[in-house]
Design a protein around this ligand. Structure first.
Ligand SMILES: [Zn+2]
Ligand SMILES: [Zn+2]
Length: 393
């Protein structure tokens, strides 16, 4: 089959690779119809996530048709159309039984790799380095789906791929980011990052009752989409602040108090004007810190006392200059986690069906799988108004 493979920093290639096979009676094989490039794939593309190897198949957002089922998979049959969550979850461990699916204790077959970096094994993910199990990803014609009796969501009504594909990750991720904020009527919510996850976080915050939502980004086209499509009421372009800071601009908007809830939908490759960025960029390049935590620092400093900071942007390791004093002394709650995707898929499918949210709003480009390298290049360089690239296998 053809698959999009990581070949080194800023190098991906669509290559011939062996077809996946059933390895376990709880596996199924999915023939992929649509897959997507995620903002978090750019961390792999840019070489910031350790433990990638040449030839690794990328991609963790995919859907398609079941073409083969292991003997123990009773809920699916050949021909079923499914969306596959990026988290691989066994369904029977303590975490899975508590619906904390991204904390699955069984799904990572090489737990020692992540244990050495973050202290405990990470859950298995598709196409996301050896830290999360080294599974082949879904930017391919076929994928092996482990624990197929737990994760995949069957699509039975006449939705298009584009309407339901993002149930695999970014729609539940944006929604969980907002849900972690425990939004109250009248809340002012600030969202760092107007990429696809940020847009879904904004739309979800509105659905959950936020009164004002401010979008923070450096690209005007993304800020315009945040207002036009995701319900943002205010925008901050941090590269056009003219002598003030994001934190001060947010205080200005909130009568000096700061946003009630702050969402970091940026993660480890944040940008900022000025010295903080130069400092983090240098330390990251020298491998003295894994992440550039600019957005989360700003979120903590801006958040009102007693408010909540929800971190959904991906981080990989250690950071510098983390404002623990501000966090502690001002009673700020931090909530975070990789998304417990299967918990959200059905309820969000219901919201799509009722027209409460339209996931297609984030799509800017639809390309054939063969053009995956072009898609990565456009996405990383924000060319041609790129927001979300869907690949057709
Ligand atoms: Zn993703
Ligand atoms: Zn589990």
């Amino acid at each position: 089959m053809r698959a999009n493979c990581w070949m080194g920093t800023q190098r991906v290639e669509v290559r011939d690779v062996p077809d996946p096979q059933i390895l376990n009676e709880r596996d199924c094989i999915v023939k992929i119809t649509s897959t997507a490039i995620c903002g978090s794939d750019l961390h792999l593309y840019n070489g910031f996530m350790p433990t990638m190897e040449k030839g690794d198949i990328l991609g963790h957002e995919f859907m398609g048709e079941v073409v083969e089922c292991g003997r123990a998979v009773k809920n699916l049959k050949v021909g079923d159309r499914v969306v596959v969550p990026f988290t691989i979850s066994c369904g029977v461990c303590n975490a899975c039984r508590a619906e904390a699916f991204s904390c699955c204790e069984n799904s990572n077959p090489i737990p020692q790799v992540s244990e050495a970096v973050v202290g405990h094994p990470l859950c298995g993910f598709f196409g996301y380095s050896r830290l999360t199990g080294g599974f082949a990803g879904g930017q391919a014609e076929y994928a092996r789906v482990p624990y197929a009796d737990v994760g995949p969501l069957k699509i039975e009504n006449g939705f298009t791929d584009e309407q339901v594909l993002f149930l695999s990750d970014i729609l539940p991720t944006g929604y969980m980011a907002a849900e972690m904020c425990d939004i109250q009527p009248g809340d002012f919510v600030a969202v760092w990052g107007a990429g696809p996850v940020g847009l879904f976080a904004m739309a979800s915050a509105k659905l959950l009752g936020a009164e004002r939502v401010v979008a923070i980004d450096r690209f005007d086209y993304r800020l315009q989409r945040a207002v036009a499509r995701a319900g943002a009421t205010d925008v901050i372009n941090y590269e056009q602040l003219d002598g003030t800071t994001v934190v001060d601009a947010l205080k200005e908007l909130t009568g000096g108090r700061g946003p009630d809830k702050c969402i970091d939908a940026v993660g480890m490759e944040a940008h900022a004007p000025g010295l903080a960025y130069a400092y983090d960029r240098t330390k990251q390049a020298l491998k003295l810190e894994i992440d550039r935590p600019i957005a989360v620092r700003e979120a903590i400093m801006a958040c009102r006392s007693g408010g909540t900071v929800s971190i959904i942007g991906v981080y990989g390791g250690m950071v510098d200059k983390f404002p623990l004093g501000s966090l502690m002394n001002r009673a700020i709650t931090i909530k975070t986690g990789q998304t417990h995707v299967p918990r959200y898929m059905k309820p969000l499918l219901g919201r799509i069906e009722r027209g409460e949210i339209d996931p297609t709003m984030v799509i800017s480009h639809i390309l054939p799988l063969a053009d995956a390298p072009k898609g990565y290049d456009m996405f990383v360089n924000k060319m041609d108004g790129c927001e979300k690239v869907v690949l057709k296998a």
